[in-house]
Design a protein around this ligand. Sequence first.
Ligand code: GLU
Length: 420
Amino acid sequence: MSIYDDDVFRMACDQFQVIADYLSINKNDRERLMYPKRAIAVTLPVHMDDGSTRTFQGYRVQHHLTLGPTKGGTRFAPSLSMGETAALAMWMSWKCALSNLPYGGAKGGVTVDPAKLSRTELERVSRRYMQEMIPFVGPHTDIMGPDMGTNEQVMAWFMDTYSVHQGYSVSEIVTGKPVAIGGTEGRREATGRGVVYLVERAMNMLKMDPEKCTAIVQGFGNVGSVAALSLAYKSGVKVIGISDAHAAIYNPKGIDIQAAEQHVFKKGTLRAFAQDNHVDPNELLTMPCDILVPAAVDRVINGKNAGQLKCRILAEAANGPTTPEADLILEKRWDEIFVIPDILCNAGGVIVSYFEWVQGLQSYLWTEMEVTDKLFRILEHSFAQVIKRAKAHKISHRTAAMAIGVERVLKAKKMRGLFP
Ligand code: GLU
């Protein structure tokens, strides 16, 4: 495993082996499917505001190039490693394939805490990262998007840095850009909206009345906050728990999500919001609710707490929130907890990124309604396929979702053959 040696990469490999066993994939094909095609590590020397120079580590992993260019987000996080980046890239491959997007998976990022950088330092880190990546990315090679710790502004700096190097504007080199420079309507909300579309589908299937349902959302970034807002004001669900990296709030009477959003917009965190209702963040996930939405980091649902979850629907908005040990427990609890697995649940982001890329390549812009309508159609199709396969083969929703993705990549690899 060498350069990828990391707990998260091991977890992604373990998940993959379960699918490979189920699909009876032979050893040669397993390795071909599992290991990344390319992995790039770069060192980024950056001028800091105090006159010093700091060096940061940056990564980009391109998992497979079989179906088209690679696609995936860029994460700025203090603990990011090559192994974690590779795991996230592998998950992007199965996610894109499940949604039938003409992409392989990728992921990249910088080992840095963006909250500790000034705006000018963040700009220099972002530009330097893209500068170092120029030989390895391109609109037909690898297209970056946002992920944890990055936003529309960072995507704008990426696009500008790449474009200045080429000598003309290349908007299709990144997605998740501001609409003003070629981003698409509806991208910022896409992941959270997609999560809630699928939660509504699950509620409908399980004959749950949204007006009588409660939800807990872990994580209040771009995905968690949009999901919470949409659950509260569009679906009519009572949101009783929210959290971010600094605070967890629980109120059985319901939380004013709009007020929480405005608070975070002004103060940057939930730390000083509704202080009378603060609870231990570790306990939030196991509190009783109908819909649990982990929308933060990986591995929060594990062998220790999976048996204690008290939700009816688990909507995995984060990447890799559930460990393989937890999966074994949840598989036994299949008639109690309806899992919407991550590669289906959070696919809205990359699906609308695909729309943004297509619009950029064609210089032809769609309305927000067109974007959202097309997004829901793809999610509907994937949801139906996953449920059908899980029922027919008596397998978990995660196994069904990943199997559909892995099968598509394997089929394409077989058809293209091995060169030379
Ligand atoms: N970061 C998102 C994900 O994990 C989206 C990536 C993209 O838009 O390229 O799916």
